[in-house]
Design a protein around this ligand. Structure first.
Ligand code: SAM
Ligand code: SF4
Length: 347
C-alpha cells in the first residue's frame, strides 16, 4: 500500500539503510515513481549534476571462461574472435583523450594471451596521457592485481553477477564464488576504486536475491555499481530463457543510489539496448556515469556478449554528441574531472 511504500522510501532517503525483506518488497512493487524521484534527489545532493564519461575499449573477445549467460564464453564457436594490438589500444585511448574523456576503461574476456606484463605496459602508456585507468579483465591473483596497480591502474570492475552462492556456482562452471569475493576484497585492499554489480533477471533469481545483492554491495563498500538486464544470447546455455525486466533494473539502480549515496553508477549498455530511452531513464534513477564505446568499429559488433550490442555503430563524434545533448537536456553537465568516488557519507 501507498503509505507503507512512502515510509520505506523515506527511511531509505534519510538513513540509507533498509532490511532485506523491505528491499525485496520494494522490488516487487509495480511502477514506483516516488522511488525514482527519491533516488534522483539523493544523487543530486551527494554527487551533484555531473555525468562522467568513461571511454570504453573492448580490446579482446577471447575468453577462457564459460559463464552460462555470456556470448564470449570459450565454448561459443559461433563468434569470430579478435584481439587488438597494444598499439591499437593506445590509439583508441588517445582518441578518447582528444574527445575530452578523463577515464579509459579497458575491458576484455579472460584472455590469457595478454600477460599481466603486457597489460602493465598498456596501462603505463595510457596513464602518461593523464587519464584515470579502469580495468575489467576478470579474476586474477592478488600479485597480478598488485602489479597492475603499481603500473598505474586506478579502478577495477568485477561484477559479483549474483551474490547468491548457489546461483553463482550454477552459472559459472569451474569458478568459485569464494574466489570472486576474494578478488573484490583484494582489489579494495590494494587501493583500487572497486566496481561490482549484478545481472538482473537471471533464471532462478528472486527479489530476495536481488535485495541481498544490494546489501552485498554495501557490505563490501563498493565504489561503483554497474547493473543491467540479463539478455539471453545465442550460443549459450541460457539462450532460450526470458530476458531481465527493465523496470526491475531501474528499481535496483534507484535502491543502490539510496543505499550508497556517494558511489558512481553508470547507465549500462545493456540497459541502453533494452529500454527505449534507457540512458535517459537511467540518469533519472540515480546514475551519474555513461561509458561511450571508444573501440574500433569492426570489433564492436564482435564483442557480442548479448544480441543488440553494437547494432548501431555510430561515428565517435556522433556518439559523444548524442550523449552530451542528452546530458544537457536532462539538466545535467558533463563532468570535467576524473570523477573518482568522493566520500561524503561516513561509514
Ligand atoms: N570478462 C570480464 C568479466 O567477466 O568480468 C569482463 C567482460 S564481461 C563481458 C562484462 C560483463 O558483461 C559481465 O560482468 C556480465 O555481467 C555482462 N554480461 C555478460 N553476458 C551478458 C548477458 N547475456 N546479458 C547482460 N550482460 C551480460
Ligand atoms: Fe568471459 Fe567475462 Fe563473458 Fe564470463 S562474463 S564468459 S569471464 S567475458
Amino acid at each position: 500500500d501507498i503509505l507503507k511504500l512512502d515510509m520505506l522510501v523515506n527511511t531509505l532517503e534519510n538513513e540509507h539503510e533498509l532490511d532485506k525483506n523491505s528491499l525485496a518488497e520494494l522490488l516487487e512493487c509495480k511502477d514506483v515513481p516516488i522511488l525514482y524521484t527519491a533516488a534522483d534527489r539523493v544523487r543530486k545532493k551527494f554527487v551533484g549534476d555531473d555525468v562522467y564519461l568513461r571511454g570504453l575499449i573492448e580490446f579482446s573477445n577471447f575468453c577462457c571462461r564459460t559463464c552460462f549467460y555470456c556470448g564470449l564464453r570459450a565454448a561459443n564457436s559461433g563468434i569470430k574472435r579478435y584481439r587488438m594490438e597494444p598499439g591499437e589500444v593506445i590509439e583508441c585511448a588517445a582518441n578518447a583523450v582528444k574527445y575530452g574523456l578523463k577515464t579509459i576503461v579497458l575491458q576484455s574476456g579472460e584472455d590469457k594471451f595478454f600477460t599481466v606484463n603486457d597489460l602493465c605496459k598498456i596501462v603505463d602508456k595510457i596513464k602518461d596521457m593523464g587519464t584515470a585507468v579502469t580495468l575489467s579483465v576478470g579474476e586474477l591473483s592478488r600479485n597480478d592485481y598488485t602489479a597492475l596497480k603499481h603500473a598505474g591502474a586506478d579502478r577495477y570492475l568485477l561484477r559479483i553477477e549474483t551474490s547468491n552462492e548457489k546461483l553463482y556456482e550454477s552459472l559459472h562452471p569451474r569458478m568459485s564464488y569464494k574466489n570472486r569475493v576474494r578478488c573484490l576484497y583484494d582489489l579494495k585492499e590494494l587501493g583500487y576504486e572497486t566496481g561490482t554489480g549484478c545481472l538482473i533477471g537471471l533464471p532462478g533469481q528472486t527479489p530476495e536475491m536481488l535485495a541481498e545483492d544490494l546489501l552485498f554491495f554495501k557490505k563490501i563498500d563498493a565504489d561503483m555499481i554497474g547493473m543491467g538486464p540479463f539478455i539471453p544470447c545465442k550460443g549459450t546455455p541460457l539462450e532460450y530463457e526470458a530476458e531481465g525486466n527493465v523496470e526491475t533494473v531501474l528499481k535496483m539502480m534507484a535502491l543502490a543510489r539510496l543505499l550508497m549515496p556517494d558511489i558512481n553508477m553508470p547507465v549500462t549498455t545493456a540497459l541502453g539496448v533494452k529500454a527505449d530511452d534507457g540512458y535517459r531513464k537511467g540518469l533519472g534513477c540515480g546514475a551519474n556515469v555513461i561509458m561511450p564505446n571508444m573501440g574500433i568499429d569492426d570489433y564492436k559488433k564482435l564483442y557480442a556478449i548479448y544480441p543488440g550490442k553494437g547494432d548501431k555503430v555510430e561515428t565517435l563524434e556522433n556518439q559523444i554528441n548524442v550523449i552530451k545533448c542528452l546530458i544537457s537536456k536532462e539538466g545535467r553537465v558533463v563532468g570535467k574531472h576524473f570523477g573518482g568516488r568522493i566520500r561524503t557519507v561516513k561509514i
